[in-house]
Design a protein around this ligand. Structure first.
Ligand SMILES: [Zn+2]
Length: 414
């Protein structure tokens, strides 16, 4: 019988960290493992002998990991990738001053400052600056990246962001997942309930009708969207086929967890004030918890999210950069370093949260997030000999190889 032909054969790894749990090993590490790929998908992960006994490798391109480590691409499931300008002046001022002191100095701050800069940005500049960020994220191993709107807060400005996201997905090999977050804040020029009416009756139907988004998100917190407003927006999303995500409990206990359960939210993100009892209900409902260590770090959060409580509750934990102008992080490496030291995750737990967790937060598991037969061949190669070195070297991104949907974007040098 003829053996199936592979197009790509990744060999020479010290180990393959599959992130596909095997008995007794949540990371599914395969010492000296190889990966064979046909087209966009993985055929076999296993020893060289196993792969060559099952597949015809005669026509396969060989990528040698040169003793490095092979892992699935990161899935960054919470970002605000498309925005105009920078808030470096605000960030610098807040190093030594309170938010109230910075406001008294007249420095534009927070989401409203970015809404102004995003509205003013020429579409070409918005695209170019966002593409720069996206390309750096991809080069640092994020092969699937979520992108939220929410710095427009009017239909025309939200549309500019959503169309930029669509253009970005065509410009970069990374897969981009679009989320409509018109309910990120309220515009200053119309009453709040009138804006919720606009979201529900006009903006969400248009965004969904133009297939510009897959998820609908709301910033539910004190001073932002109330529980009732959150429900209205997410139900409108659901009725147009957009599955719910929630920015939840970042700065206050909102009680939105029960709404997340009720509406079948895909993820609840931030979780700083979410209680263990709420987490258990979220876990039972299959809602993924998305932790954002870089945000907690950047704002010096008084109550960083409790990653151990999330895991103890039985929730799936995802880690994401939450890239935005108040928390300018592009690399999952930095997020994992923070998650381990400041949120008490083991390196294994952080790795799973950055891959499998992210894939579940975007409803794409097991297509992405792990290396296994039939999954997409989204693969990174690190020039480190053991997995633990990834979070040990605090500021060194070790990526030397990148494969996206079976296409070799970058091969390790000999
Ligand atoms: Zn966010």
């Amino acid at each position: 019988m003829e053996k199936p032909k592979a197009d790509l054969f990744i060999t020479g790894a010290s180990e393959v960290v599959t992130c596909a749990a095997t008995h007794g090993d949540p990371l599914g590490r395969v010492a000296h493992g190889c990966v064979a790929v046909a087209g966009e998908r993985i055929m076999v992960v296993g020893s060289a002998a196993e792969v060559s006994s099952r597949l015809d490798l005669s026509a396969a391109r060989v990528v040698d990991a040169h003793g490095g480590l092979v892992a699935p691409g990161f899935v960054d499931g919470h970002t605000h990738l498309v925005f105009g300008g920078s808030r470096s002046i605000e960030y610098a001022a807040k190093m030594t001053r309170t938010a109230a002191q910075v406001a008294a100095m007249g420095i534009p701050a927070g989401i409203p400052a970015t809404v102004s800069m995003t509205r003013e940005a020429h579409p070409e500049r918005l695209f170019a600056e966002s593409a720069d960020r996206l390309n750096r994220m991809f080069a640092s191993g994020s092969t699937t990246i979520e992108s939220k709107s929410g710095y427009g807060l009017s239909w025309s400005d939200e549309l500019k962001q959503l169309e930029t996201t669509r253009r970005l997905s065509q410009s970069c090999p990374a897969d981009i997942v679009s989320t409509f977050l018109g309910a990120h804040d309220f515009p200053k020029d119309i009453p709040r309930d009138r804006y919720v009416d606009l979201l529900v009756n006009e903006m969400i139907p248009r965004a969904a009708g133009m297939r510009l988004a897959e998820f609908c998100d709301v910033y539910c917190d004190e001073g932002y969207y109330t529980l009732d407003q959150t429900r209205r927006v997410l139900e409108a999303g659901l009725s147009h086929g957009l599955r719910p995500k929630i920015h939840a409990d970042a700065y206050s206990a909102t009680g939105v967890a029960d709404l997340a359960v009720d509406l079948g939210a895909v993820s609840m993100d931030h979780l700083n004030y979410t209680t263990p009892a709420e987490m258990r209900r979220l876990a039972q409902a299959g809602v993924v918890g998305v932790g954002l260590p870089a945000l907690d770090f950047a704002v010096n959060h008084p109550k960083p999210f409790d990653a151990r409580a999330v895991l103890d509750s039985g929730m799936t934990l995802a880690l994401a950069t939450n890239l935005n102008p108040g928390n300018w992080t592009e690399t999952m490496h930095f997020v994992m370093v923070l998650a381990c030291r400041r949120h008490r995750l083991s390196p294994e737990e952080a790795m799973l949260a950055a891959t499998v967790g992210g894939a579940k937060a975007l409803n794409r598991f097991p297509d992405i997030g792990c290396l296994q037969t039939g999954g997409l061949a989204d693969i990174q190669i690190w020039d480190i000999p053991v997995f633990e070195e990834f979070v040990y070297r605090l500021d060194r991104n070790p990526i030397v190889g990148l494969i996206k949907r079976g296409k070799v974007i970058r091969a390790p040098l000999p």
